[in-house]
Design a protein around this ligand. Structure first.
Ligand code: ARG
Length: 467
C-alpha cells in the first residue's frame, strides 16, 4: 500500500484528511508560535523524558530513542543560539520542534508522538514553566523581605506616626511598619509555595484526553521532570489550568501588596511629608519644573496590579464554562501568564531596589509622630490604670483635654497640670510620663506590638527563619 503524501499546502502533521491549507487569516488567529516559543526548553525537556520512557517500556527501540534524544538537544542548541527559524505555518512550539527534529534525524522523529498528544504536551510544558515562575517569585520575595528586614533592624526604635484613615492615630516605630510588609510578603511567598506544591503533578501520558493503550510508565516521566507523581485523571489532566490561575491569584495579591507600599512611598517622599528620601536611581526629573524629583518607579508599581489582575480576570473568563476536556480557548492562557509573571518579577526587583535605597528622615518622622494628639490613647489608658476610671469615661475625659489643647493651639504634653486637673481632679504629674511619643511606643509591649523590644523580637525571628 502506498501512502499519499499530503498536499504541499496542507499541514504535515495531519494533512492526510485535508485537501488544502488554512486561510491566511485562519493561520494568524490560530498560530501560537509567536508567544509559546517561550516554552521551548520545557517542551524539549518533556519530549526527552517521553522518549526515554518510550524506550524503557519497549515502545520505541533504543536506537530510535537515542536519535530522538540527540536530535532534540540539537534543536535546543539551535534555539538557544538564535539559529532556529520559527514558522507560523507550524502553528505552535510543539510542532515547530518536531518538524525540525524530522529535518535533523529523519523518520524516527515521527515516532516521538507515540502515546502522546499536544494536549498533554502543552499541559506539561506550561506547568513546568509556571512552576519555574513560582520559584522565581519565591526567590524575589525573599530578597524583598531581606530589604525590609534590614530597614526594620536599623530603625527598630525610630518613631513615626501610625495612621488609620491616613489620619495620625498613635505613634509607632519605623521597624514595626517595615515588619508589617515582611509579614505581607511572607504570606505571598507561602502562597507561591502552596501553589507550587499543588501543581507538582505530571499530566504527561494523559494523551489526547483518555489515556493510551500503550504500556507507558507515567511514574518514570513524572520523576524525570521533577514532579511528585503523575496526575490521576486523564480528562482533568488536559483540561486543568488551575495551576495558572493559582499563580495569577498569588501574583495579584502580591502585586496588591506592592501597590500599597508604592503608595506609601509616593506619599512619604512628597515635599509635604518628607518621611523618606529616594535617590536619583529611583526617581525622574520633570522637563519643565526643575525642582521636581518624581517617584516614577513607585507610581508604576502602584499601577502594575492593574495588569496582573487583568490577566487573572482574563484567564478566569477564558476558563469559565469550558466543557471537558481541552478546547482551543485554552491557548489564550499563555500570554496572560507570561505578561503577569514578567511584570511581577520586574516589580519585585524594583521594589527591592527602592526599599534598599530609601533613607528615612528620622526628624520628620518623629515630629509628625508627636502631632495630631497621637498620645491621646496613652492618656486614656493612664486614666484607667492610675485612677481606675472605666475606659469609656477615660475616653471622654481625654476627649475634653484634646479639645482644650486644640483650643490653646498646643499638644497634650504642653498642657499645665492645673489645666488637666480642671477636667479631672485626680490627675497627677505622673501623667506626663505617658504623654511623650517615646514612652508611648515603649509601653506597647504586647505580642506583635510596636515597642522596639517587640520589633527586635520579630526581626530576630525572621532573620533566623531566613538563615
Ligand atoms: N497551541 C496549543 C495550545 O497552546 C497546543 C495544544 C493544541 N492541541 C490541539 N488539540 N489543537 O493550547
Amino acid at each position: 500500500m502506498t501512502v499519499t503524501p499530503p498536499p504541499a499546502t496542507a499541514n504535515q502533521m495531519w494533512g492526510g484528511r485535508f485537501a488544502e491549507g488554512p486561510d491566511a487569516i485562519m493561520q494568524a488567529i490560530n498560530a501560537s508560535i509567536g508567544f509559546d516559543q517561550r516554552l521551548y526548553a520545557q517542551d524539549i525537556a518533556g519530549s526527552c523524558a517521553h522518549a526515554a520512557m518510550l524506550a524503557a517500556t519497549g515502545i520505541l527501540t533504543n536506537t530510535d530513542a537515542e536519535a530522538i534524544g540527540k536530535g532534540l538537544l540539537t534543536v535546543l542548541s539551535e534555539i538557544e543560539t538564535g539559529r532556529f527559524v520559527f514558522r507560523a505555518d507550524l502553528e505552535d512550539i510543539h510542532m515547530n520542534v518536531e518538524a525540525r527534529l524530522k529535518e535533523i534525524i529523519g523518520d524516527p522523529a515521527g515516532r516521538l508522538h507515540t502515546a502522546r498528544s499536544r494536549n498533554d504536551q502543552v499541559a506539561v510544558d506550561f506547568r513546568l514553566w509556571v512552576r519555574d515562575q513560582c520559584d522565581a517569585a519565591i526567590a524575589s520575595l525573599t530578597a524583598l523581605m531581606r530589604a525590609f528586614l534590614a530597614q526594620a533592624d536599623a530603625g527598630a526604635d525610630w518613631i513615626m506616626p501610625g495612621f488609620t484613615h491616613l489620619q495620625t492615630a498613635q505613634p509607632v516605630t519605623w521597624g514595626h511598619h517595615m515588619m508589617a510588609y515582611v509579614e505581607m510578603f511572607a504570606r505571598d511567598r507561602s502562597r507561591f509555595a502552596d501553589a507550587r506544591a499543588r501543581m507538582n503533578e505530571c499530566p504527561l501520558g494523559a494523551a489526547a484526553l483518555a489515556g493510551t493503550s500503550f504500556p507507558i510508565d507515567r511514574d518514570m516521566t513524572a520523576r524525570a521532570l521533577g514532579f511528585d507523581r503523575p496526575t490521576a485523571n486523564s480528562l482533568d489532566s488536559v483540561s486543568d489550568r488551575d495551576f495558572a490561575l493559582e499563580f495569577l491569584a498569588a501574583a495579584s495579591i502580591c502585586a496588591m501588596h506592592l501597590s500599597r507600599f508604592a503608595e506609601e512611598l509616593v506619599i512619604w517622599s512628597s515635599a509635604q511629608f518628607r518621611f523618606v528620601r529616594l535617590t536619583d536611581k529611583w526617581t525622574t526629573g520633570s522637563s519643565i519644573m526643575p525642582q521636581k524629583k518624581n517617584p516614577d518607579a513607585a507610581e508604576l508599581l502602584r499601577a502594575k496590579l492593574g495588569r496582573i489582575l487583568g490577566a487573572t480576570v482574563a484567564l478566569f473568563t477564558v476558563m469559565k464554562g469550558l466543557p471537558l476536556t481541552y478546547s482551543k480557548d485554552m491557548q489564550e492562557d499563555k500570554e496572560q501568564v507570561f505578561d503577569a509573571a514578567d511584570t511581577l518579577i520586574l516589580g519585585l526587583a524594583a521594589m527591592t531596589g527602592m526599599v534598599s535605597d530609601m533613607t528615612a528622615n528620622r526628624d520628620a518622622l518623629k515630629a509628625a509622630a508627636g502631632s495630631g494628639f497621637s498620645t491621646a490613647t496613652d492618656l486614656a489608658d493612664w486614666l484607667v490604670r492610675a485612677l481606675g476610671l472605666p475606659f469609656r469615661e477615660a475616653h471622654h475625659v481625654t476627649g475634653t483635654l484634646v479639645a482644650m489643647a486644640e483650643k490653646k493651639g498646643c499638644d497634650l504634653a504642653d498642657l499645665k497640670l492645673a489645666d488637666l486637673q480642671q477636667v479631672h481632679p485626680g490627675i497627677t504629674a505622673e501623667v506626663f510620663r505617658v504623654l511623650g511619643v517615646e514612652n508611648s511606643v515603649r509601653s506597647r509591649v504586647s505580642h506583635g506590638g510596636t515597642a522596639p523590644e517587640q520589633v527586635r523580637v520579630q526581626v530576630a525571628r525572621w532573620q533566623k527563619a531566613m538563615g
